[in-house]
Design a protein around this ligand. Structure first.
Ligand code: G6P
Length: 368
């Protein structure tokens, strides 16, 4: 049946605001304090099979490929299992050698993306275990894989993915905790991660209050023809996702880049009409990203910072600042993507674009 807009002007906006609840649903029943780990009912693998995993491949398309990149950082940091991220459309035809004890996760909101389905079927045919991280229950990919984890994010109608992305990142964080606890991670660290995860929905609620500020930034930059999105580590995939959101619904050319790679090419694009959005909450690479920002500013490019709420100094350098609440680094992408979703939304509305049904795009792409 028809999903109600619930008073929102667009499904995309409604789904952006549903994210705190979507995250609560993704975590419901999956955090276990007794063992300081995550629990999943549908992996369908024996503890022995799970313990012997030596590599994880994460594959998907579009936004789901971006959450795979976030998952790579999370799983490698928290569980120390090597992770490879592959575009589903390349995985199949690139035909990479895959070692035994490799677990392949297909990440997909719809569960119907043809490229992802084909990649999973191909790796399964070669004898590897395939699992799905999927939103739509009973979808083709959910059925074709050996098992998996449902997001429980509820229907996502807007073509540009929002709550599915943050829910996928949340599930990947729980998987990182799970695999970590199965290996070397201490009970104390596991317990701390559970606390971090439990705080997340409230943090996202707080992050959503940036909307008025974001709208001002949207008005200022709505006529741009090119926008750069820059971030490092966990916020590099967020930069890619921010750029994709802007391209998808407002038809503005945008590029996401690791902030430090900027100087090896994209900095040549910087001019007074090309804004650069730096995703730079406090963390390991903050100082480096700050100097990247100064380089852009020195070349006359407008700079916008997505920064931690206690970062008062940043206002002296950045032309515009959008504050986001504190979060541990591994959860930052889930928080920092919020203003980027809202920014693309407001710019698209200001430009008169069809937010929920952008031209040339489909919610799920069932051709290869
Ligand atoms: C389409 C949609 C994107 C989505 C991608 C993957 O291109 O327009 O928003 O990220 O498919 O979809 P999936 O359902 O597999 O996550």
């Amino acid at each position: 049946g028809e999903v109600s807009m619930n008073g929102y002007e667009h499904y995309m906006l409604k789904e952006i605001y549903e994210q705190p609840d979507a995250l609560r649903n993704a975590m419901r029943g999956r955090l276990n304090d007794q063992d300081a780990t995550a629990v999943f009912g549908g992996l369908n693998l024996t503890p022995q099979q799970l313990r012997s995993v030596e590599r994880i491949i994460l594959t998907g398309c579009g936004t789901s490929w971006h959450s795979a990149l976030v998952g790579e950082y999370m799983i490698e940091e928290l569980s120390r299992i090597p992770v490879t991220v592959e575009y589903a459309s390349e995985l199949r035809y690139r035909n990479p050698p895959i070692e035994n004890n490799t677990l392949v996760f297909g990440i997909t909101q719809s569960g119907e993306t043809a490229d992802t389905l084909a990649a999973l079927n191909e790796t399964k045919r070669k004898g590897h275990r395939t699992l799905a991280i999927c939103n739509v229950v009973g979808s083709s990919i959910a059925q074709a894989s050996d098992g998996g984890v449902y997001l429980h994010a509820g229907p996502e109608i807007g073509v540009a993915s929002t709550k599915a992305f943050t829910s996928q990142c949340c599930v990947l964080a729980m998987l990182a905790l799970y695999f970590g606890r199965m290996r070397h991670m201490s009970f104390e660290t596991g317990g701390r991660i559970i606390e971090d995860l439990r705080r997340l929905p409230a943090t996202i609620e707080q992050a959503l209050t940036c909307d008025a500020e974001v709208r001002k930034v949207a008005e200022k930059y709505q006529s741009a023809s090119n926008v750069l999105y820059l971030g490092r580590r966990y916020n590099f995939p967020t930069a890619l996702e921010g750029a994709l959101k802007l391209k998808e619904i407002s038809y503005i050319h945008a590029e996401g880049y690791p902030a430090a790679e900027m100087k090896h090419g994209p900095i040549a694009l910087v001019d007074a009409d090309t804004p650069s959005i730096f995703i730079m909450p406090r963390g390991t690479t903050y100082d480096k990203v700050l100097s990247n920002m100064e380089e852009v500013k020195a070349r006359g490019g407008p700079v916008i910072a997505i920064a931690s709420s206690d970062d008062t100094e940043i206002r002296k350098i950045a032309d515009d600042v959008i504050m986001i609440p504190e979060a541990p680094e591994f959860l930052q992408p889930i928080v920092s993507v919020i203003p980027l979703q809202l920014l693309s939304y407001h710019i698209a509305v200001l430009r008169g674009c069809d937010v929920d049904k952008p031209r040339n795009l489909a919610k799920s792409v069932t051709v290869e």
